[in-house]
Design a protein around this ligand. Structure first.
Ligand code: FEO
Ligand code: CA
Ligand code: CA
Length: 673
């Protein structure tokens, strides 16, 4: 796809460039439901707030419609709440009997000396003390017995300049003509992460503790980090500013993550390729591969340089023309000790280098730590890491565990088994003859190692959540580029517009097992439209089914919760993104219920259940930006001056702000019980 085409036709910045970076696929083999809907309901033709029902009615007649049915009987459902109705509007909504409090917004001061947010007079210095943009992963570390004080750990994945700065608009569509070094610095200061103390009052209300001793911002502007594992100090990590290959400034595109059993925070570096710049571009603005750079073949597999941001125009370290190896320092999992604000974050290379969506941990039967992580790209792979040594209970010692172990990539076989293939130098094809001189090369080029091992190309592996009993759930968000020739048992739909969820049962209930079985828990999309090919428990209501699963979590009672990110394609369903309770057990397995809805243009990140399921942290990311051309009554792209919603402030002087929301029960108690 032409760069401009893909930018024009996909609303979400990350998705636009993922599409641009796609591995070429076979020619389309025929028209599918996606083609039919897109052809008949092009975004310029119709304001599609009701497409999910309206379009399917138009295309397939009213027989395709299902009347809303009551939620599963209370004695069956383990999710005790009255389901929300589906839709999309400027507000957030939570199931009755619950309170959703906006806790932290972009720009809110999180350091004691930070100034109040002044959207009209932003500076990088101010942003370095304020909550960053596009909150994604949320974790919580309790600081007292009842968890009424704790540290919130939040990733800030990326920035949307068109709704952050007055008069700027989408700069990637304008060859960054309006960008200045000061705006670049503000963007960098708004990325990364935040550790901030929060406290719960007797009335259940949470607030930020501005002078919390552990409060800190982590950014790609000024936070120094180090490396552990097989690629630490590797020749391919040595740069002009770091001849030892042992340090780097910052982390980018921190999407989901995880909390370790020893209380540290893992930040996953996802679309790192987009931050690297080159001056060598063709007439369409696409980077021209540099034959003089020994990393060019590797970079081709990773989509480097993506040229999403102008940072490399201002800083050599984001410019592959000046620092040809710098991209090898990104695409890792970063460990942060939130209890020590002076600690140096560590990039753990043993976990491999790819577009890590998340990094959720659990324990193997023998106490070793296991980390599940997906590579969020069309046709890329699901991985897990198993540490060499077990957890000891000594935090300093346990913080070494992610430095040594075995990285595996998944092959999903047609007979329902999953084989975890070790990425070990010298074994199988991972040899010097194939370009892997050592284990450092294997982890740096984990994708190419996975190619050679015969891993299964997936429909964009997003978050993966282990339960601790050998069960894990894998979110495959969508992949409209998969052709009929390219389907496999674990990715069974061509032009998969709505995604699916795979359940893995590791052998012997042990997360360290090298084999297991797998099955598809649900195929997402509208079950009332036969051509979609969705599969849900029939008890799922018209509000309960969803599309594009992204993040997931278990609550204290082992119930699975799924949050969605349809990007600019929510018009295909008519539904905003949200949080759903999804049954995994018994007769109700595959039944989904809608618990929380985002405001238009936002995706839902988190979720994180804390304090035995009494507090639920949700991150509403990029409200007002995605697919707003489909919002009835709005029908255009959002800008700073003219956004589709001004959530959560609804102040005419304030654009929409990404924010963390905390959900509690009215009057106290566990959520959804
Ligand atoms: Fe950052 Fe794959 O979501
Ligand atoms: Ca995500
Ligand atoms: Ca996402």
């Amino acid at each position: 796809m032409d760069r401009r085409d893909c930018i024009e036709t996909t609303g979400n910045r990350a998705e636009a460039f993922e599409a641009f970076d796609d591995i070429p696929t076979n020619p389309n083999l025929g028209r599918t439901i996606g083609d039919v809907i897109n052809a008949r309901y092009g975004r310029r033709d119709v304001l599609r707030g009701m497409l999910g029902v309206g379009a399917t009615t138009a295309l397939f007649g009213t027989s395709a419609m299902v009347a809303p049915r009551p939620a599963a009987a209370a004695e069956v459902s383990r999710y005790a709440f009255d389901e929300l109705g589906w839709g999309n509007d400027t507000q957030h909504h939570v199931a009755p009997g619950h309170v959703a409090q906006v806790l932290l917004r972009w720009g809110d001061p999180v350091l004691a000396d930070a100034p109040a947010f002044d959207v009209a007079n932003q500076t990088a210095a101010a942003q370095l003390g304020q909550f960053g943009y596009n909150n994604d992963y949320v974790g919580f570390v309790p600081l007292n017995e009842d968890g009424s004080r704790g540290l919130l750990c939040v990733n800030h994945e990326y920035t949307n300049e068109e709704v952050m700065f007055p008069g700027l608009g989408r700069q990637d569509r304008a060859d960054f003509a309006g960008m200045t070094k000061e705006i670049v610095d503000i963007e960098m200061a708004a990325h990364g992460g935040t550790v901030v103390e929060i406290a719960k009052a007797a009335d259940g209300t949470w607030s930020v503790v501005r002078d919390g001793a552990m409060n800190r911002r982590i950014t790609p502007l000024d936070t120094e980090m180090t490396f552990s594992g097989p690629a630490a100090g590797h020749e391919r990590l040595r740069t002009n500013d770091d001849p030892e290959g042992m340090s780097v400034i910052g982390t980018v595109n921190n999407c989901a993550g995880g909390m370790t059993p020893w209380g540290t925070w893992l930040m996953a570096e996802e679309n790192f390729h987009g931050y690297f710049w080159t001056d060598a571009v063709d007439a369409e603005g696409k980077a021209v591969p540099d034959s003089g750079n020994p990393e060019t073949t590797s970079y081709g597999r990773y989509g480097v340089p993506g040229r999403w941001y102008a940072w490399g125009r201002e800083y050599d370290r984001w410019n592959v023309d000046a620092e040809p190896r710098m991209p090898n320092k990104f695409g890792w999992v970063v460990e942060v000790d939130p209890m020590d604000p002076t600690s140096v974050p560590v990039k753990h290379t043993a976990l491999g280098r790819f577009r890590h969506e998340g990094a959720e941990t659990t324990l193997a039967a023998d106490g070793r730590v296991v980390v599940y992580s997906g590579d969020d790209n069309r046709f890329d792979y699901q991985y897990k890491f198993v540490s060499a040594n077990p957890v000891t209970g000594d935090k300093a010692q346990d913080m070494q565990l992610l430095s040594e172990g075995t990285l595996y990539v998944a092959r999903f076989d047609e007979d329902g088994t999953v084989a975890w293939l070790p990425l070990v130098h010298g074994e199988g094809p991972l040899t010097a003859e194939n370009g892997f001189a050592d284990q450092g090369d294997v982890v740096i080029d984990a994708r190419r190692a996975g190619d050679l091992l015969g891993a299964t190309p997936m429909d964009r592996p997003e978050d993966a959540q282990p339960r601790g009993d050998g069960t894990a759930y894998i979110m495959l968000t969508n992949n409209t580029r998969r052709t009929a020739d390219e389907v496999n048992a674990a990715n069974p739909r061509a032009e998969n517009a709505f995604g699916h969820i795979i359940e893995i049962k590791e052998a012997d209930g042990d997360h360290a097992s090298e084999t297991g079985t797998w099955s598809i828990l649900v195929r997402c999309g509208d079950p009332a439209v036969t051509e979609v090919g969705a599969q849900w428990n029939p008890e799922t209501s018209a509000s309960g089914w969803f599309a594009s699963p992204d993040n997931c979590a278990f609550d204290a009672d082992g119930r699975l919760w799924i949050s969605t990110d349809q990007g600019g394609n929510w018009g295909r369903t008519g539904k905003s993104d949200g949080l759903y309770g999804l049954e995994t057990e018994g007769a109700a397995r595959g039944t989904s219920k809608l618990f929380f809805r985002c405001p238009v243009g936002g995706e839902l990140c988190g979720p994180y259940f804390a304090n035995d399921g009494h507090d639920l942290f949700l991150a509403v990311q990029h409200p007002g930006t995605d697919g707003t051309t489909d919002l009835v009554g709005f029908g255009r792209d959002s800008t700073f001056e003219d956004p589709a919603t001004r959530w959560p402030d609804f102040d005419p002087a304030m654009p929409p702000r990404p924010a963390v929301v905390v959900v509690t029960r009215e009057g106290g108690g566990k959520i959804a019980t």
